[in-house]
Design a protein around this ligand. Structure first.
Ligand SMILES: Cc1ncc(COP(=O)(O)O)c(C=O)c1O
Length: 398
């Protein structure tokens, strides 16, 4: 598996265009805007705003939706470290809700159990390409007056009730880091249908410039005004999380082929699923009617206790497979959390926070079982050795 095949559309042409224009920043060039417009269209959203990662998107979304000092944000323990980190960065308190054994996604029932008077937001993750339960989560949010940020870093093109997931949460966040369905090298993009939320996200990622609007990241002002010593720029607390124009040029070209990239992974993922189902011990992520799983990776639980996880992986590679990734360590087991390192960010706020493994029995059970098979292949044919290797590995252990 290599990545060169992924950049065979208009990427070079658009990048050259940026370099020829000399307008390399989103504050002056036009590619960020073009990328945002096409991405919003493909995801049936009113607004899209680009960022330099699918982590900074989440940080901006928390701020844009009003999460601040001491608020609680509910997140799953099976996810990348980003969800925890941005919650701390927002001076808020990460509260874990357990996951579901069959979907691997956050459990709505446990979300409801974890709600307190301090809860402000739910940040579910749509893992591996399968949407979290957006009906239940949005209903809980409505009932308790909470905001929802769907971390769909891995779920480009996914649906819920046959509708694009971008139609549900207050903000939906996507990553365009290199392993994702579309790549800008590193990068991220949010979608929302609310103009004020889009504007706040953009301002948070662009230095809090007063001129930013929901659909315009370029700074267009008469030089007489902004070159004047009395001119004031910043009216919101913010960072610089902007996506460079070169990356946005790649993003636009990638989004032109959005369906192609998504359908390719989906097809390979579905075949892996069929092969897994010929065994009774590699249990794929649940299939849900109306929820299109777009298979960032094919994820499954290997439930045989007599087979070591590592041995299964070795066998798969012996049979010509390329790699199997394990699930991340549960976030609360990472040293940054388990050793309390994060508390230094704000001792007054975090000194009493402890996470108990016994509160997350499902995550504890499935984390050691999970296997992720990468699906980043240029064609179904190129993925064939992976499918064969999986089949042979399953037959070997029958
Ligand atoms: C579920 C999830 N959330 C957030 C991120 C963060 O995205 P990025 O690497 O673009 O910061 C990733 C990917 O790394 C991810 O898989």
């Amino acid at each position: 598996m290599n990545n060169q095949w992924r950049f065979k559309g208009n990427e070079l042409k658009y990048v050259k265009d940026v370099l020829d224009s000399g307008e390399g920043s989103s504050t002056t060039g036009s590619y960020n805007k073009a990328f945002e417009e096409l991405f919003a269209l493909k995801n049936n959203a009113k607004y899209a705003v680009t960022f330099n990662s699918g982590t900074s998107t989440l940080h901006a979304a928390l701020d844009a939706l009003g999460v601040s000092y001491g608020d609680e944000v509910i997140i799953p323990p099976i996810t990348v470290y980003s969800n925890f980190a941005v919650t701390i960065a927002a001076n808020a308190i990460p509260v874990f809700a357990d996951v579901e054994e069959d979907t691997f996604n956050i459990c709505p029932k446990d979300i409801e159990r974890k709600i307190t008077s301090k809860t402000k937001a739910i940040m579910p993750v749509s893992l591996y390409g399968l949407s979290c339960d957006l009906d239940k989560i949005m209903a809980i949010a409505k009932k308790h007056n909470l905001v929802v940020i769907n971390d769909a870093a891995e779920a480009h093109g996914a649906t819920w009730n046959n509708k694009p997931i971008s139609e549900y949460a207050h903000v939906t966040s996507y990553s365009t880091e290199n392993s994702k369905h579309i790549s800008t090298g590193d990068g991220g993009i949010i979608t929302t249908n609310d103009e004020m939320t889009a504007k706040r996200c953009r301002k948070f990622g662009s230095m809090g410039y007063s001129l930013m609007t929901a659909d315009e990241g370029r700074l267009r002002l008469n030089k007489e005004v902004f070159q004047d010593p009395t001119y004031k720029r910043h009216d919101g607390f913010a960072y610089n999380y902007r996506m460079p124009e070169v990356a946005a040029a790649v993003g636009l070209a990638q989004t032109e082929k959005y369906e192609f990239f998504i359908e390719l992974r989906e097809k390979i993922g579905q075949h892996m699923r069929e092969i897994a189902l010929t065994s009774d011990f590699l249990i794929p992520q649940k299939k849900i009617d109306g929820a299109r799983n777009t298979y960032w990776t094919f994820a499954a639980r290997m439930i045989r206790s007599d087979i070591k996880w590592q041995d299964f992986r070795k066998k798969f590679i012996e049979f010509g497979g390329e790699s199997i990734f394990a699930c991340w360590a549960l976030t609360y087991d990472e040293p940054i959390v388990a050793e309390g390192i994060f508390k230094k960010q704000n001792p007054a706020l975090y000194s009493n926070i402890e996470y108990k493994k016994s509160d997350y029995p499902v995550a504890e059970k499935i984390q050691p079982q999970l296997m992720q098979f990468p699906l980043n292949y240029s064609s179904y044919e190129e993925s064939q050795p992976q499918l064969d290797a999986l089949d042979k590995t399953l037959r070997f252990y029958e």
